[in-house]
Design a binder for this molecule. Structure first.
Ligand code: KG4
Ligand code: ZN
Length: 341
């Protein structure tokens, strides 16, 4: 194997078209992200068919820009990586077909990457000395997991959501209080003006006290019920208080379960990943809890929390080292599970 391996990675699972060149899984030579937020804003959320079309329109330009920013030509690329799931099927297919065509044309291996494993890998970019084992909390628009990462590409799922993902709850509550899409950053901002103890929103009550699972749909319903009741009583709602109280409920739940996971495995390191890892309240709470419990809390930069191809290029490298390359009939798997291959 060559000493340096340049992977050209492509990510198009949802509403970001991204391409990156990543060296040896850790060094990002380029990471170009074309966001579709402005396109989907007017619909209040991601419209799958619109997302696929937007990916088709920009993917060639995004890949070209990634190569040119990395000062590479296709001759310098040793493998092509692509997200093949989970995500929106039409959106995934755009990146997948492009990557397959490219791998075939340049006669280099194709590596299929699980999007969630990509999120975890963003920490290997941020912290170049980071090695498993560690606990990882993955909080995105579609997924919420606590995993114990035993080795590269080898996970134990310790907890997961039984219904909505954390980011999904943020987006739904944001819509209910009229903040628009994407809701997470807007609730984050508005919460700073509100009182997190103003409203007591209940946490899901599982019958198993040992579980590290989450549930956010009950919390979302509690917020909707509160808004309805206030409307019926003709009382004006303080949106900042609603946002701050909802956020406190989410963040406390995430922090409690992930800290319990660290204790259970005796982990001294916990990495956080996914779009919600940008949340300022979550960052502050976990830093605080980490300090109290002797756990080092790792957060990637914001640009690596959001969907991006650099994290896919990083995960792909570790897949490649394990000999896991894909055939050219690789298909999109919209509901691909973490650890499933
Ligand atoms: O990881 P990501 O970019 O896409 C998925 O794989 O789903 O995550 C997007 C999610 C959205 O639900 C968005 O509202 C949420 O991450 N998000 C945030 C923040 N920034 C993005 N949630 C809370 N606070 C934030 N600052
Ligand atoms: Zn994501």
């Amino acid at each position: 194997m060559k000493e340096t391996m340049n992977i050209l990675a492509i990510e198009s699972s949802c509403d970001e078209t991204s391409a990156a060149v990543v060296q040896n899984g850790r060094k990002v030579l380029s990471n170009i992200i074309a966001s579709q937020i402005d396109i989907h804003k007017k619909f209040g959320g991601v419209v799958p068919e619109v997302a696929s079309r937007a990916h088709v329109e920009v993917i060639s330009a995004v890949v070209e820009e990634a190569l040119s920013e990395a000062k590479c030509t296709l001759e310098d690329i040793d493998a092509v990586a692509v997200t093949y799931g989970p995500g929106l099927v039409g959106a995934l297919l755009v990146g997948l077909q492009y990557a397959k065509g490219l791998a075939y044309a340049i006669k280099k291996p194709l590596i299929g990457v699980n999007h969630i494993e990509g999120h975890i890998s963003s920490n290997f970019i941020q912290y170049e000395d980071l090695e498993p084992p560690f606990v990882c909390l993955i909080v995105s628009g579609g997924h919420t997991y606590i995993v114990y990462m035993k080795d590269y590409g080898d996970f134990e799922i310790m907890g997961q959501t039984r219904d909505d993902a954390a980011g999904e709850a943020y987006d739904k509550v944001a819509r209910a209080i009229g903040l628009g899409y994407p809701g997470g950053p807007k609730i984050d901002r508005l919460s700073k003006e509100g009182n997190p103890d103003a409203i007591k929103f209940p946490r899901a009550n599982f019958h198993d006290p040992e579980t590290l699972d989450f549930s956010f749909s009950g919390l979302k319903s509690a917020v909707l019920n509160y808004l309805n009741q206030m409307e019926m009583k003709g009382i004006e709602v303080n949106r900042a208080d609603v946002a701050a109280s909802f956020q406190k409920a989410v963040v406390d739940f995430l922090a409690d379960n992930s800290m319990r996971a660290c204790k259970l495995r005796g982990a001294k390191k916990m990495a956080v990943a996914g779009g919600v890892a940008s949340n300022s309240c979550l960052r502050a709470k976990l830093k605080d809890e980490g300090m109290r419990n002797g756990v080092d809390i790792l957060f990637p930069d914001m640009i690596l929390c959001t969907d991006n191809a650099a994290m896919i290029g990083s995960a792909a490298y570790f897949e490649f080292l394990k000999g896991r390359t894909a055939a050219l009939d690789l298909n999109a798997v919209p509901n691909l599970k973490l650890g499933q291959r």
